[in-house]
Write a protein that binds this ligand. Sequence first.
Ligand SMILES: NC(=O)c1ccc[n+]([C@@H]2O[C@H](COP(=O)([O-])OP(=O)(O)OC[C@H]3O[C@@H](n4cnc5c(N)ncnc54)[C@H](O)[C@@H]3O)[C@@H](O)[C@H]2O)c1
Length: 262
Amino acid sequence: MDLNKLFNISDEVILLLGFTGPIGRQFATVFAESGCTLVLGDNSENGRDLAESIKKMNRNTEYIRLDVTDETDVRDAVSYVAEKYGLISVLVNNFSARPEGFYKKFEDSELGCWNEVLNVNLSAMYLSSREVSKVMMRQGYGSIINVSSVHGVIAPDQRVYGGSGLNSPAVYASSKSGVIGLTRYLAAYLGKYNIRVNSICPGGVNPGNVDKGFVDEYSTRIPLNRMADMEDMKGPVVFLASQASRFVTGQSIIVDGGQSIW
Ligand SMILES: NC(=O)c1ccc[n+]([C@@H]2O[C@H](COP(=O)([O-])OP(=O)(O)OC[C@H]3O[C@@H](n4cnc5c(N)ncnc54)[C@H](O)[C@@H]3O)[C@@H](O)[C@H]2O)c1
């Protein structure tokens, strides 16, 4: 296979769930640039407008408003895409929730918030993977990419948050570790159907508007000496979506500038 074919995803039908945040926009943009058929699913207010701007880059872009925690929404969306395009070659589970109370200190945190985050970050990933894997089993191939976090791999260093009001709560780390466990399980289970399942574990992304004091503090803890920017997640997702990673499954690719190595 030549170099262009290895990374060519123009014939793929990609379902990207959760695309309005800083990482989701990187994924949506690079997929749109690839020329693939791109279906963008989300439940946020600005999803439709953002999808329209991505459609200007790639006419084969479609937007579906759905709640990833709603079984009917997920079933309907998956069967709609499978029937319309005849296949789903790549599923990217990129959604996550930050409900009210998300940033509370551990001792003040509430069970309702814990359950809500787990429901989106982990249970919904089970749901979309279950529904899409049935389509992929029928077609005999597929790639599922679950977005975890460096905090699914290492504990957050509490010293970086200082007085910023930011926090990476226990439920976030727990849900993101769960994503890695789910990824391994599904990779083992679905391997015989030629379905690969991997996760990406990003470090903190600065879309350009993060408090400078926090950015500086965070950067000192990263070997590459900076937070991730709005380009850094594109390469890894194309790698996992494409034939370049055809023998890679069950892995968690840590894209953190080296944060987790020391
Ligand atoms: N941004 C970072 O610094 C960072 C770092 C590590 C990991 N991550 C992870 O990367 C992924 C993407 O992060 P991001 O910063 O681009 O996004 P984000 O956290 O800002 O947004 C998540 C997306 O999920 C969607 N979503 C939430 N609940 C939903 C629901 N019930 N139904 C449908 N859609 C729903 C939101 O509308 C949004 O598009 C997340 O899983 C996040 O945890 C982010």
